[in-house]
Ligand binder design. Structure first.
Ligand SMILES: Nc1nc2c([nH]c(=O)n2[C@H]2C[C@H](O)[C@@H](COP(=O)(O)OP(=O)(O)OP(=O)(O)O)O2)c(=O)[nH]1
Length: 204
């Protein structure tokens, strides 16, 4: 795809897999702040954390936060995973998410990581409560959550309705081991953020 067709902030050889909000302009921004987000898979299980406080509180998410000065994003991802869940994992880079919220002139650049093994036992911290979720096909693609039915495994289905709205578009790609890039511009709707404009694609 021609770089000029991509949302600002994304580049590379990308193939679109979903977009929305074509009637809106991309929000402009002047600064970028770097964050991480890590997802640990164990066979047919995905580890998410229920965020107890701060930005994104009461949502389930991977484990992550700000990249500190002097750290690479990979180092920050490993540190945040350990701090927030108590485990270590051989994280690999899986994708990049550019994320904006209404009324700010800076963008989150989120390096997303995944791992297929870990050491240690996921443990609740002040910030996150780790829980395992089912990776059956209907759980992963959101059918279970949409229909309000429980997963066919012993574990709960991925709780997309209690996650950031963009996650359903790229999390299945991450679990399948496909690299992705995307951008989501969010606006406030009551006490929630909803997507105004978004684009996601696979890395060729
Ligand atoms: N899955 C997902 N995660 C997102 C989205 N937007 C977004 O900021 N995040 C993640 C990136 C970070 O992991 C987290 C925001 O960081 P944070 O609020 O926990 O970081 P913090 O400032 O508390 O930093 P720290 O104290 O943990 O270092 O939320 C999104 O649309 N989907």
């Amino acid at each position: 795809m021609d770089a000029t067709d991509l949302p600002p902030g994304l580049d590379g050889n990308l193939v679109e897999f979903v977009k929305g909000g074509c009637e809106f302009e991309w929000q402009s921004y002047t600064k970028t702040r770097f964050y991480t987000n890590a997802f640990v898979i164990n066979g047919n299980k995905l580890l998410l954390g229920f965020k107890k406080r701060g930005f994104g509180a009461n949502l389930y998410n991977g484990f992550g936060g700000k990249v500190e000065p002097g750290e690479t994003s990979a180092q920050a991802a490993a540190r945040e995973l350990k701090e927030e869940s108590g485990i270590d994992a051989p994280l690999e880079h899986a994708g990049v998410l550019i994320f904006l919220t209404e009324g700010t002139d800076w963008a989150f650049h989120i390096d997303v990581f995944s791992a297929h093994s870990h050491t240690g036992v996921p443990t609740e911290t002040d910030e996150m409560r780790p829980e395992w979720f089912s990776l059956t096909e209907d759980s992963l693609n959101g059918n279970d959550d949409r229909l309000g039915i429980s997963s066919s495994s012993d574990l709960p289905s991925i709780p997309y309705s209690k996650m950031w709205a963009d996650d359903i578009y790229w999390l299945p790609h991450l679990v399948e081991g496909k690299k992705f890039r995307g951008r989501a511009d969010m606006v406030k709707d009551g006490d929630q953020f909803i997507m105004r404009k978004f684009w996601f694609g696979a890395v060729c």
